[in-house]
Design a protein. Sequence first.
Length: 279
Amino acid sequence: MTPPPAGNIFCFAAFADKQTGVMYSDLTGTFPFMSLAGNVCFFVVYHYESNAILGLPIPNMEDATIFKAYKQQYEFLKSKGFTMKVNVMDNQASKQIKQFLTTQECELLLVEPHNHRVNAAERAIQTFKDHFVSALATTDSEFPLQLWDRLTPQVETTLNLMRRSRIDPSKSAYEVLHGPYDWNRFPLAPPGCKAVIYESPAQRGSWGSRGVDAWYLGPSMDHYRCCHYFVPETRTFRISGSAELFPQHCQVPCLTTREHLQSLSAEVVNTLNQLTPTK
């Protein structure tokens, strides 16, 4: 086959934006159900350097609410050592945010209406929504969807654990912001699964039940091996470290007696090998 003339060959190139300190933000559409806390949608922030996507449930789309959510996320990134130089967003609450960014010496770039190509938060929103929908698909069929906003911390965590940061490709976006994830301290379970949490003697009567039905919402990052739960009987949120989970769409991993013995034996041998002989 005769190759085409050189004049008919076209070459296209794409260059990644390597400018540091870039932050994108936008709003999702309203969720089908209002949460018990009154939230209706997400304010999504995409940080280019860490490649992290941050979602924050908000109760409405008023300028004051958007500015409050924006300031919270901005100060969070700043507390992690990131200095914002440019912020790209649509026209929501632009006056208040522009005044705030002026004090922070950060430039504001507004995207023209109906242009979904310039604001990278549009793509981040799609990724966040896809991950959130997949998390909702793992919830129990009886899980009350009015608790959807309570699943946000775990959804955001698992999403950023799978995203590679641009600062150090060997680290995840989560690790760049929060440090290595401690799986032993903060175990994860399928979101929205049924659970029975232990009732301590101080909370129950002498003939009261030793456990109460609840819904698993995610790990408690301020406690050791504790998780957040919603108790339908009292309509309250509780933190517990003693619970039995009953996921509907998967099985909880369980070691057999033989596997448990093998694991303990391997741990003992490994510990003995690390000991230095004493003189």
